[in-house]
Design a protein around this ligand. Sequence first.
Ligand code: NOJ
Length: 759
Amino acid sequence: MNLDRRSVVAAGALLAASMPFAGLARAEIGPDHKAKIKGLIRQMTLAEKLGQMTQIPGGRQKALNSRLDATMLDRVRKGEVGSFLHVAGADALRELQRVAVEEGRLKIPLLFAMDVIHGFRTTLPVPIALASTWDPEAMKLAARTAAEEAWAAGLHWTFAPMVDIARDARWGRVVEGAGEDPYLGSRMAVAQVEGFQGGDLAKGRRVMACAKHFGAYGAAVGGRDYDSADVSERTLAEVNMPPFYAAARAGAGSFMTAFNDIAGVPTTGNADLVRHQLREQWGYQGLIVSDWNAVKELIAHGVAADQKEAAVLALKASVDMDMTSNSYAEHLGSAVAEDKSLLPLIDEAVERILTAKARLGLFDDPYGFGDPVAEKAVPAKNRPIARDLAKRAMVLLRNEGDVLPLRLGQKVVLIGALADDAMSTLGSWRARGQAEEAVTLRAALEQGNVITGYAPGVTTRSDDVSGIPAAVALAREADVVLLAIGEDYDFSGEARSYADIGLPGPQEALIAVLKATGKPIVAILMNGRPLGLEKDLAGIPAVLETWYLGLESGPAIAHVLTGEVSPGGKLPIGIPRHGGQTPMTYAHVPTGRPANADLLIDSARYHDTAIGPLFPFGHGLSYARFDYGAVTLGAEAVPANGSQTIGVTVTNSGKVAADEVVQLYIHDPVASVARPVKELRGFVRLSLKPGESRRVTFTLTPDQLAIWHAGKWLIEPGLIEVMVGSSSEDIRGKASFRVTGRGEGKHPAASIPTKFEVA
Ligand code: NOJ
């Protein structure tokens, strides 16, 4: 029952004519299980089949298990439920499973699911923060840590990772993903799938992953959650799809379809995208679940007249499981009575659901998940992991005059309500995280005697400015002012889109008066999305992006402020100057009139805002300094099926040990269609001691440069520029080579991992 990458997804092209590996996923469960599943399907009534295809909330997000009453247990006995979400707890779930496998007619085990996104009991940094590590191993460790705790609570399945590409900071769910880039997003998707699932789902104390929200959920127009996406076929293939493709190939056990539509076709009813592309072309055999109530919402979308039509559309699209809308259970019966050709589609869906249960080992041991003892003890080993991940995630955005790290003997004060907001450290998906177990920045700095005083100043939720005078008085006594600003946790997450991504509450007023004291300020950003703060941050010498860092937030930030550790994170999404610049990406096309600093020249820019982001994609400073040697290439030209090596030596010329993320970008200056000015195609996070050098060699293949064109991944001959640097704008070296022939790639270019060696 090995759920590894070879077995789940066909190694085929997006539009491969033949799919030689398709079907392996089903073959990978043993013949006994296959026979058992076939036998069960033969015995099942239509109602029982639709029961398997039905997922019911066993509680609410904030009151897990609260709906597991006698009526619900009866539904389980009758085989009306295949899976529950919003449930947890080893004992409670064992009892629920017992009812299914001992009192149900066919004794089919239930699947228990929950949104375990960034930690379960031990809250880890939010996904956008974990992506800021630019370290897939860190991301994988986070997923594994979350999975182990979720497993102990009896869960089989998490609705993670969210691999939606996000380029619009107004979208509240930026916090849940890996940012704006399909290459970084693909690496982080794979890391999470591997971390959540491990090698063998049945034995690993892990949980099944769910790549979501398949389609173009992150491309909602205007950054309004749930809203329509209108992306070109090329953008869909080159930008939105690669992380999903990478997750599928990594063996993600399940996918979730998005709520929204692409150009009028809601993904939950999109047979072209789900059944044709994901299943047939990619060969994906895992379980596909709808998002919450999304099957029924096909009516609101205006593509189904009633729930029966909605259910048929989703079934035809190959959505196996209906999350909460009951459309399958209540309406597919009469649909089948009218159209018998739906029956095989139902059988396929049931087979995939039962196969997922078999892969999890539930037919062999339905009680194999959950450990009431381990569940109660908050695992001591996981707190240091939480702290370490938090330290790796922070991004130093600005540090003029080396204000940071703080120096001994300085009088330091702390201002800002967010510095004392334990709930916000937990971020958007708290799972079982407890605010009282979190260490805030205030607590950590007081415990460490780093600060001489604290004042909240203002909060994000009220207009009350009465705390400002005390904050100013405190600042006046200080040598350095630490100022926590941003958004509380509830500004980001699902349905938390904002038109204005400036600072909420009277924070701007607080900043203005603090600046007037003339004291050096260190702004510590706490937020789930990039904020447009150019004006607020003007004149502030040091800015540290911390996102929401989880239970160990305070100590981790304190370590960076005091210089015990040098910050090494980089931005996985650019930070705009102003919300009006969104959506934005570093990987834009050049246009016929590229942005020009001279306003007298008409060009692709805003008149009232400087060009580009305030802090670009890939940006992040360090307490050390890194020098880059010349970029060297293995060859001047490569054939379409060849490969190119790109080498660079990086030296820590600073005084402290620190991490640097070496980034590789490509550009195709003349192609059949305009190509992005830069595209990330490789990165590696190095840890270097003072004076230490490392040589990094990336190996790139021309299929990583392929362009999606009329249904194919075209490799075109011509010049390719490569750029190596410390951020998408801090390019330290360039070189170029020729691709000498034409060719065709098999995989989405950005989904292909770039090999690298560090010597
Ligand atoms: C809706 C969200 O869009 C999705 O991400 C989540 O997994 C489900 N609700 C279940 O909570």
